[in-house]
Design a protein around this ligand. Sequence first.
Ligand SMILES: [Zn+2]
Ligand SMILES: [Zn+2]
Length: 757
Amino acid sequence: MLHRLRAGRSSRDESPVTHVERVAARTGRTAPWPEWVPAALREAYGFEPWEHQATAAAYAHSGHNVVIATGTASGKSLAYQMPALSRLLNDPRATVLYLSPTKALAADQLRAVARLDLDGVRPATYDGDTQREEREWIREHSRFVLTNPDMLHHALLPAHAKWAVFLRRLSYVVIDECHTYRGVFGSHVSHVLRRLRRLAAQYGGNPTFVLASATSGDPAGAASRLTGLPVTAVTEDASPRGAVTFALWEPPLVPHEDPDLPPTRRSALSETADLLTDAVVSGTRTLAFVRSRRGAEVVASMTHRSLDEAVPGLGKRVAAYRAGYLREDRRAIERALLSGELLALASTNALELGVDLVGLDAVLICGYPGTRASLWQQAGRAGRAGGEALAVLIARDDPLDTYLVHHPEALFGRPVEATVFDPTNPYVLGPQLCSAASEAPLRPADLDLFGGEPARLAVEALTASGALRKRPSGWYWTHQGRPDVDLRGTGGGPIAVVERSTGRLLGTVDEGSSHVMLHTGAVYLHQGVTYVVDNLDLDDAVALVHPANPDWSTHARDVTDLSVVAIRERVDAGPVSLFVGDVDVTNQVVSYQRRRIATGEIIDTRPLNLPTRQLRTVAVWFTITPDALLKAGVEPPDIPGALHAAEHAAIGLLPLMATCDRWDIGGLSTANHQDTESPTVFVYDGHPGGAGFAERAYATATAWLSATREAIASCTCETGCPSCVQSPKCGNGNNPLDKPKAVHVLDTVLTHLPPRH
Ligand SMILES: [Zn+2]
Ligand SMILES: [Zn+2]
């Protein structure tokens, strides 16, 4: 693989390598154990902490809420274990609550703490798999409880009376991987934590919060928004790291079989499989990150096949790795890779991987993972002390990926993104206030905790609608049962996914996503197993599926209508105006495409018969007068295609500014919108009430639209391709699109709009 990189660099024009960046090695700095750490704990660890671990631990020990935001494998666990376990050893009554976004991570942490074998700590995981008898024992005896936000929301907080002693003695709340709490889920978790704080306070507990985050922009701000408390950040990483060579790779264009059609780009999956094959042949231990489970399996099997063709038997040195496997199996695969028994692994996402899986020779990242933070987290798995490691980002055929491999400055030497979520989202705030009231009546003084004025307005509305009842002592939830609140989705009841032949319930999908994910004919992935949907029945809220292994994927197509409800803020700049505000979006999934997984080739488009859906959300939009467009060379017949192309690219590039995925965002462009009476491009949050993405786009509009313009202008295609203005989720089949005129549209906006970053 390294020789391919070198060969690539020498012949510039042909080379898929667009940039090579050297990330220097770093030597580690240790710090002495703080004197408050009991000898038993120091001995159990047997090594000295790194400086950043000691700094964060000192903040936590002195009662300051702290977030440690450093790279992969920098030892963030010790930073919270040190103060938390010291406290448990020094105060035999104190308790600690640990929250992780995944069960796998909680299980790893449990093992790490249990291995220390400390007297009287009795660590235990408390999750959906915990048996009833065990739960009682944990409540009464465990002093280090490891759980997740869903369990806190559904089980622990509603039964707070049973947890009264634990909550009164709660000394630390540890929130691991806190950067994963973003978007609507992040808004929900921020309120679950406020509910925890309120109940702990009612029992006399006042815990210190210790958060661990991947490297992220403004970690103190995000942690503070998440907990509602002032939080200090520790960001300087003092752990040692080997040097890494980071290459950006753009798959080459290959001529179309039909000479009249333009060339298409080789798929990122095929390129990744080729590089992985080279890696195994040269004995390089390599981990490939692929965005979908199915993609990871495709890469592993392509690699397997070409290795066996080269040297029979060599194929068994590569494996796929995914969430559906048992934890023991996953850890066995990781050990095999670390020992060199396996040489290559194709995996989905970093959170499922064990913390020990570091120090590899090379990491391949197939497709930009969506944020610089995750990019660095994945690349951080490469790098041996004293050795030279390699990381390669392989671009998919997508505007953001293409932009990044041609603009390395957007990846290197720039701070990583801020984690975006909005605790005041009314679609989250209302249900969360009901949950809080069902746990204990809401007092007027509580409302400051839940956001002040927006919370007051929400409580009034909930009282008026009869959800809450006002009594002299506060607001009460007086209904049967608990409010039905799902942290991971909003609106509509969940759709049950049921295996047709066995009647087995595989899982649920929120109603909002079901039209796209579970329409009849959709390919649906569950725990790494592929199913095809036989029938989606919205009346009965059930989707019947059967297991299958098709070599095609499905892509839903939709039509959208949008009306402006209220303008929150605007900038008027001559013929151009920029807005952020509330909008109503009407959306209908009307058909779906089937595409070959390996090549992306479209097999066919099939109609669907689904009802329309309504979404009240937040949008950013800009308008330009037809006169200004004409001056820029965009004639009236060109306007729809020019705006549509600009809209697609703008959606593709928004993840550069905010921690969202292009699938979290929608768009609409029109030559004359009924509410703006002008040519308009709208980009909106795909979640009810908004998730903070449109506001972020509004705040950084010039940087965002400049990158969009650049992505379109620098693409070498003639009439638009998936790397610039085509969108995989376009409801209009990518028609009309006018690539050159889209550049004129964005130039006009950028000429008039005052700089916003
Ligand atoms: Zn293009
Ligand atoms: Zn479109």
